[in-house]
Design a protein around this ligand. Sequence first.
Ligand code: FES
Ligand code: FES
Length: 136
Amino acid sequence: MAYSEKVIDHYEHPRNVGALDKDDSGVGTGMVGAPACGDVMRLQIRVNGQGIIEDAKFKTYGCGSAIASSSLVTEWVKGKTLDEAMAIKNSQIAEELELPPVKIHCSVLAEDAIKAAVEDYRKKQGGAPVAAQPEM
Ligand code: FES
Ligand code: FES
């Protein structure tokens, strides 16, 4: 199967690979796995006092599409509010990267990862309880 140029670009030059301190109260960490293939994605955000995501990092153990999806999402969430980040849909990621149907679940992983990161951050702020994240 051929990857789109955008996938190859993100795969060869992934943006924002790395880690933030998960014990920092301003950092939210999302760790998700894809049951379909066993790939794992960790996505972290740092939120400033105004509720804006000022930094994002990821580490993905997975296919090219999963790496590209997480790389793209870290670019998209920077400068966004938490609600805006929660509104990102995997279909937008799949469209931007021109993912074929068998690779749609890779973009779902990225949507799930950003949602999990926001929820982790919100939980740390002592807000309303959120849906439990599966332990990885
Ligand atoms: Fe091959 Fe995900 S199934 S890396
Ligand atoms: Fe499973 Fe891409 S995340 S094949």
